[in-house]
Structure formats: C-alpha cells, structure tokens
Design a protein around this ligand. Structure first.
Ligand code: UT7
Length: 325
C-alpha cells in the first residue's frame, strides 16, 4: 500500500568558531580536565560569539542542509525549530530562520522540549508531512546554552556547548514496506513530575529574567538510561525492527556513560554509535542533527542506512525516532 513518508534529503550543521577546552574551564571554576573527561567524556565545546544568536547558528546549518538537498528555500513550507535558547521570548526563532533564508510560505514555529527538542520537532514535522499539510520541511535544532549557564556552577557549566544542526524532509510516496526510506517511527514522551531535576530558574512569566540552568545531574543520570532504553524498545516494536538491524545509533550527547550504557543494554555495537560530545559537549536540541551531520561527512550514513535517534531532557521529556536514510 502506497504511503507518504518524510524522506531526509539533506543535513547540515554549524558550530561557532570559538572553542573552550576543559583547561580553559579549569581557570574559571574548581574543576579539572580529568574530572570532566572521566565523568562526562567531554573535552571541549564551542561557544557562540556575542553577535551570534541561536537563529544565526540555525540559519547557517539550514543553509548547508538545503544546498546538500538541492532544494531552493522558497520550496520549504514548514520550519520547525527546536530550541530552549530562543533569540527573543517572541517571535519564535523559527520565523527568524524562515526570514533569514528567504522563505515566505507555509508556517514556522518553535518546539520547546529542551534536549529532546530535535526528536519532538522531527515528530511534529513528520506528522505534518504524513497528513499532507506540508511537502518540504526544515527541522532545526539550534542552541546557545552558553547564555543560560551559571558560569560559577562547576556541576553544570562544564557540560554544555553551542551549535546547530538541520535536516530537510520531503514528502515522498513509499511502498509502506519495511525497506521504505524516510522517517519510520517517532515516539515522544514527557512527565512533568520531574521538572525540578532539570530546569531554568527564570522566565518572562515568573521572574521576568532569563535565568540559569539548574540540574541534579545524579538523578537525571539515574532516569536517563532507563527512560531512553524503554522508549527505544517501544519504537523498535512499533516499527518491527530489532536492535541488531540498526546501522547507526545517533544518541543525544549528554554523557558518554549514558550513551554507552544504553547501547550496551540494547546490544548495539560500539562501531555503530556516533559520538560528538568529546568535541561539542551537550548542545541540547542541536546534538542529534550535529551528530547526523558528522556521520554524513564521515560517509557513515548512506542511502538505505537504518538510523536510530534518541534523547532525554528537562521536563522530563524523552523520545526516539527511527528513519531509513
Ligand atoms: O541533556 C540533558 C540530560 N542531562 C544529562 O543527562 C546529564 C546527566 N548527568 C550526568 O551526566 C552526570 O550526573 C554528571 C556528569 C552531571 C555528574 O557526574 P556524577 O558522576 O553524577 O557526579 P556527581 O554529580 O555525583 O558529583 C560527584 C562529585 C561531587 O563531589 P562530592 O559531593 O562527591 O564531594 C561534586 O561536587 O564531583 C563533584 N563535582 C565536580 N568536581 C570537579 C561536580 N562537578 C564537578 C566538576 N569538577 N565540574
């Protein structure tokens, strides 16, 4: 039976030029390269320049994805931007990306699910495409977390970085079969009871300030492996695949111990995992498209590759997506 699927036509990314190493951080907080590498796997992260906003990063990543897709921006009819660090409270960063690329038709809006944002945005765009409301969508994950970090809190400021990634989705008829190309399954979950474990202590409607990121890392860690493995297992069952059929595992990059733990639990081999956190840190909603971009540039993803993506973040929110390149 013919079905419409969201086929990934292009991927792109952008990282700010400035690199901050663990040694640089050790000059401003009581930490060490050894602690950060051992506990998280992170060695360095990129930090946006003062004149680089989340939309600046998102536009650069989107531009690269569109060029690689061979699609003219005017043919995009949906822009979904996943971000927790918008340029302004409103309008959405998505409309700024839309106008920056010269797109004038369709709709553009942000999705706020923090580190799970890209999986959420992909799920939203895929559903717009499958229901025939959009034909070509730009899904962006863009963040400037450096702007919401408390640079005196060593437990959080060493973990995050700035960056953006984007994919172009196109509605294409497929057979409705196992070997279809495109997004095959998305599953998104949330549970607001865990809000106090990972949040920003400000906002326009409460403190009228931007606020800073606060996290109980140990508790978040405890939930992460269990919640992410659970939703991946559900996604595999829903799509009729087993973990050993996955060609490439693109996890959200929060902690090397979390992503290795999930892979081990599911039986996914090390050489199938794409890891960027050593060089990027945790870039929240940008981490999955940045990792997809790295896999593309390293020729690790090719037509027909079965790709598994997953993330968990503040809320809690979490989710998984399965797509065939
Ligand atoms: O993307 C959204 C989801 N986020 C995550 O998934 C993050 C999940 N959590 C984690 O990745 C880990 O919990 C961390 C990397 C944040 C922390 O690792 P941990 O093994 O859970 O360490 P901890 O928080 O239990 O801290 C251990 C010790 C503490 O000292 P005491 O209390 O044992 O004396 C901390 O004060 O390490 C200390 N510590 C540090 N020491 C040096 C905390 N941060 C630092 C630091 N440098 N930067």
């Amino acid at each position: 039976m013919a079905v419409i699927r969201s086929v990934i036509r292009g991927v792109g990314a952008y990282l700010p030029k400035r690199i901050m190493t663990n040694a640089d951080l050790a000059k401003i907080v009581d930490t060490s390269d050894e602690w950060i590498v051992e506990r998280s796997g992170i060695r360095e992260r990129h930090i946006a320049a003062d004149d680089e906003l989340t939309s600046t990063l998102g536009i650069a990543a989107s531009h690269q994805a569109l060029v690689r897709a061979g699609i003219d921006p005017v043919d995009i009819d949906l822009v979904v931007c996943a971000t927790a660090t918008p340029d302004r409270t409103f309008p959405s960063t998505a409309v700024r990306i839309q106008s920056g690329l010269g797109i004038t038709k369709g709709a553009a809006f942000d999705v706020q699910a923090v580190c799970s944002g890209f999986v959420y945005a992909l799920a939203v765009a895929d559903n717009f495409i499958k229901t025939g409301q959009s034909s070509r969508a730009l899904v962006v994950g863009a963040e400037t977390f450096s702007r919401i970090l408390d640079w005196t809190d060593r437990a959080t400021c060493v973990l995050f970085g700035d960056g953006a990634g984007a994919v172009v989705l196109e509605a294409q008829p497929q057979h409705g079969a196992r070997d279809d190309r495109g997004v095959l399954t998305t599953l998104i979950r949330s549970d607001g009871r865990f809000e106090d474990l990972l949040y920003v202590d400000g906002g326009p409607g409460s403190t009228k300030t931007v606020g800073h990121l606060r996290m109980n890392g140990r508790e978040v860690f405890r939930h992460a492996v269990q919640k992410i493995s659970g939703v991946i297992e559900e996604a595999l069952v829903a799509s009729g695949y087993t973990a050993d059929e996955i060609d490439l595992f693109i996890p959200h990059q929060a902690n090397i111990r979390i992503l290795d733990g999930i892979a081990k639990k599911l039986g996914i081999e090390q050489d199938k995992i794409v890891k960027t956190l050593e060089k990027h840190g945790n870039t929240s909603a940008a981490s999955i498209p940045l990792a997809l971009n790295q896999a593309f540039e390293e020729h690790r993803v090719r037509e027909g590759s079965l790709v598994l993506m997953e993330a968990m973040g503040g809320g809690f929110t979490w989710g998984a997506a399965l797509a065939r390149w």
